[in-house]
Design a protein around this ligand. Structure first.
Ligand SMILES: Nc1nc2c(c(=O)[nH]1)N[C@H]1C(S)=C(S)[C@@H](COP(=O)(O)OP(=O)(O)OC[C@H]3O[C@@H](n4cnc5c(=O)[nH]c(N)nc54)[C@H](O)[C@@H]3O)O[C@H]1N2
Ligand SMILES: Nc1nc2c(c(=O)[nH]1)N[C@H]1C(S)=C(S)[C@@H](COP(=O)(O)OP(=O)(O)OC[C@H]3O[C@@H](n4cnc5c(=O)[nH]c(N)nc54)[C@H](O)[C@@H]3O)O[C@H]1N2
Ligand code: SF4
Ligand SMILES: [Mo]
Length: 704
């Protein structure tokens, strides 16, 4: 009928499958009748209709042949992955995990999750590990992401929520120090808030060893040597004290521990800090003048400041700087971490982390164990204790951990010292991977389980602001794929134990209802949040302890979440990152992202438009370095560290320090940046040193 043909197809309001902004978008059946989906703009406070190219092309991956649509089993005869039925694939997983557990104990089975999983999946995965497998050996890729900021948050404020305020507040504060974030490439729609900040008369200071697109937006760009933010933050605090900018009243009324922190900072003279960081003293002074000259201000950190063997202390030093200047616990001021993955925030709250139970409870806390065990209907003593952190777990594969279930990560590309990690994965007795595509990790598996994607399933995500969001299914998945929840439900049923599959519902809303109970009374309390409320209000901020509670967009305005309500200064001093340069390895390698690729690239390298925009790895270097090596732009170079080598074309630019080279980490093969990276771990957060290791660069030997 003519009118039907003209009536616009209904739009499902949802959110992007990728990063922690969780931009709002609408999905509508495509007009071209190819069976696909069109992305339509939708007003949502973090992106106000804007999307980056990854979000707007996300439906491309819903179609065959880019995505997986049938389970795969490695057949002994061919040694290759070949199609199998779900019954056969699940039966094999059950048999092999069961055998490893029987022969080597529950802790010989590991689980590796992801910060892209919905809250329901992260919750079910943590519960599955502890209750069905009975293993302590579960961790996830979020450990590689914002864990240092999370640890520092906990230490200073008693709770960890990436941003303690809505992102839009950024545009109304007086001065923002953005350190280690290349927002213009990693969260492009958020740049609007930085532009508005400046239009409103505020100032922006960007700290990055490279003059990135983000740094180009700044009033002041500080370019420290990678791994020296700790000294930089301490040096700025020294100047705050020396110039009389300490907010004495705030420090007295709202904080504890100032004297020790102050004394430690005073040892970091501007001249010393200039020597360590390479940032000239006048720039240090200018930063303090800008920041303290405004009536309010924020410090925002991302991976550049955090992914170091000194990451937790570095964030601690930035928090000290905020507390001393009174830029915390009041409107339009505060410290925030720009969490990275789609559910980087919720994924760390509900139990897929080695030391954690749902609601951001501690696995080692008897009261927390009793509460969660009560919800799960098990004996608290049956719950295992804390397990290994992500890298430690990957490093134990083939040793004490003999079988692994991966859900939502591609560590072959993204783990530090990836050649070694790939080797450990190959040593496993059994590897099962649930994924939407045949990632490099899935390609090593014994069983691959093809799962549904964001537009095909319903679930909640918690974005970088602590705003709990709902993604509603917009289309029916193809035959042959099942949701992660369905997979866990089936495995729980078949693995038996004393629990029944009824306790692992495949319906996300049923899981969420249980998560609400499990989180009640915890730091990340979701008990007042329902699917209906999220839809009606377009997101609810945790903590939200009752259904009538409005949620908490802004934390700490009256008190911090510590026992006495005071924020804690930490006593920190500068120390070098784990691996300094020397004669054999004279340059610092730092790694990161480009606009068109996401993470390990498992998804975005399959999307033609994105792949064309960013087809491969490169080594960014200063002209002085290129001249010394005798290479021109585009010439292949080999980068060598104590762990391995990688080869990629040189990209010569004056926008990087001359003691530093940069590689994006989105690719496998010879350009894999993680062949080089150092798995030295931060002692508190267990974050690996992705952002600084010592390398040498040489002209690549001519091919052939
Ligand atoms: N396009 C795209 N967007 C993404 C992602 C993606 O893969 N691609 N991933 C998402 C995820 S999970 C995350 S965690 C975020 C990450 O978002 P960002 O943290 O913005 O991303 P990175 O590129 O890893 O690092 C940011 C910057 O840190 C700088 N840097 C390196 N070393 C140092 C240092 O020692 N100090 C300082 N101050 N800066 C340093 C780098 O030069 C780089 O420009 O992005 C999210 N958004
Ligand atoms: N050198 C270097 N290395 C880094 C970093 C760096 O800055 N430098 N950054 C680190 C950071 S911050 C991060 S967050 C990690 C990320 O590293 P990875 O964990 O490798 O991240 P992704 O590529 O997002 O991997 C997610 C995988 O899960 C699949 N997937 C997506 N959605 C689902 C789902 O709903 N269910 C299931 N079962 N699978 C799904 C995807 O197809 C993909 O294969 O990389 C870290 N590695
Ligand atoms: S910025 Fe992040 S959430 Fe927004 S469209 Fe891009 S990838 Fe998606
Ligand atoms: Mo991340």
């Amino acid at each position: 009928m003519l009118t039907d043909a003209l009536a616009p197809a209904p739009v499902t309001a949802t959110h992007c499958p990728y990063c922690s902004l969780q931009c709002g978008m609408g999905l509508r059946a495509a007009s071209d009748a190819a069976g696909g989906l069109d992305v339509v703009p939708r007003d949502f406070p973090v992106n106000r209709g804007a999307l980056c190219g990854k979000g707007s092309t996300a439906p491309a991956l819903l179609a065959r042949p880019l995505r997986l649509t049938e389970p795969l089993i490695r057949r002994p005869a061919s040694g290759r992955l070949e199609p199998a039925s779900w019954d056969e694939a699940l039966a094999l997983v059950v048999e092999r995990l069961g055998a490893v557990r029987r022969d080597h104990g529950a802790d010989a089975v590991g689980v590796f999750g992801g910060g892209g999983l919905t809250n329901e999946k992260a919750y079910a995965l943590g519960k599955f590990a502890r209750v069905v497998l009975g293993t302590s050996q579960i961790d996830y890729n979020g450990r590689f992401c914002m864990s240092s900021a999370a640890a520092a948050h906990q230490r200073a404020f008693g709770v960890d929520r990436g941003l303690p305020f809505p992102l839009a507040d950024v545009s109304r504060t007086g001065c923002v120090i953005l350190t280690g974030s290349n927002m213009a490439e990693t969260m492009p729609p958020a740049v609007r808030h930085l532009r508005e900040l400046r239009e409103n008369g505020g100032t922006l200071i960007v700290v990055d060893p490279r003059r990135t697109k983000t740094a180009e937006l700044a009033d002041l760009h500080l370019a420290p040597r990678p791994g020296t933010d700790l000294a930089l933050a301490l040096g700025l605090l020294h100047l705050v004290v020396a110039q009389g900018h300490v907010d004495e009243e705030f420090v007295r009324e709202r904080t504890a521990g100032w004297e020790a922190a102050r004394a430690a900072a005073m040892a970091h003279w501007p001249e010393l800090v200039e020597r360590i960081t390479g940032v000239p003293v006048p720039q240090l002074r200018a930063a303090v003048d800008l920041f303290c000259g405004a009536t309010d201000g924020m410090v925002l950190t991302a991976r550049g400041a955090e992914q170091h063997s000194t990451g937790t202390d570095t964030v601690g030093a930035w928090i000290n700087f905020c507390l001393a200047t009174g830029r915390a616990g009041r409107p339009l001021s505060g410290y925030g971490c720009l969490t990275g993955q789609g559910n980087g925030q919720g994924g760390r709250e509900h139990g897929q982390k080695a030391d954690q139970l749902p609601g951001y409870r501690k696995l080692a806390d008897p009261a927390a164990r009793a509460h969660v065990a009560g919800v799960w209907g098990v004996d608290p003593d049956s719950l295992p204790g804390p397990g290994r952190s992500a890298y430690e777990l990957l490093d134990a594969l083939g040793g004490e951990v003999k079988a692994l279930l991966v859900m939502g990560s591609n560590p072959v590309v993204s783990a530090p010292r990836a050649t070694h990690v790939e080797g450990r994965l190959r040593e496993l007795d059994f590897l099962a991977v649930a994924d939407v595509v045949l990632s490099e990790t899935a390609a090593l598996a014994d069983v691959v389980l093809p799962v549904t994607q964001w537009a095909e399933e319903t679930g909640t995500m918690t974005n970088l602001e602590g705003r709990v969001l709902l993604r509603r299914a917009a289309i029916t998945p193809p035959d042959g794929v099942r949701s992660d929840l369905h997979v866990l439900n089936s495995l729980a049923e078949k693995l038996g134990c004393e629990v029944t599959a009824k306790k692992f519902p495949a319906d996300p809303e049923e899981v969420f209802e249980e998560l609400r109970l499990a989180s009640a009374g915890g730091a990340a309390d979701y008990s007042g949040i329902t699917y209906a409320r999220i839809e009606a209000e377009d997101g609810v901020f945790w903590p939200c302890p009752q259904e009538g509670h409005p949620g908490t967009p802004r934390l700490f305005l009256d008190r911090f979440a510590t026992e006495d309500g005071r924020a804690r200064f930490v006593e920190v001093s500068y120390r070098e990152v784990d691996e300094e340069t020397d004669a054999a390895y004279p340059l610092v390698l730092t790694t990161g992202r480009v606009l068109a690729q996401y993470q390990s690239g498992a998804q975005t390298r399959r999307v033609p438009g994105l792949n064309a925009a960013a087809p491969g790895a490169y080594v960014e270097m200063h002209p002085l370095v290129a001249d010394r090596l005798g290479v021109g732009d585009g010439d292949p170079v080999t980068v060598t560290s104590r762990r391995g080598r990688a080869t990629a074309p040189a990209r010569v630019t004056g926008a990087i320090r001359s003691d530093t080279v940069f590689m994006p980490f989105h690719w496998a093969g010879e350009g894999r940046a993680n062949n080089l990276t150092n798995p030295a771990l931060d002692p508190v957060s267990k974050m690996p040193a992705f952002k600084a290791c010592a390398v040498r660069v040489e002209r690549a030997a001519p091919a052939g």
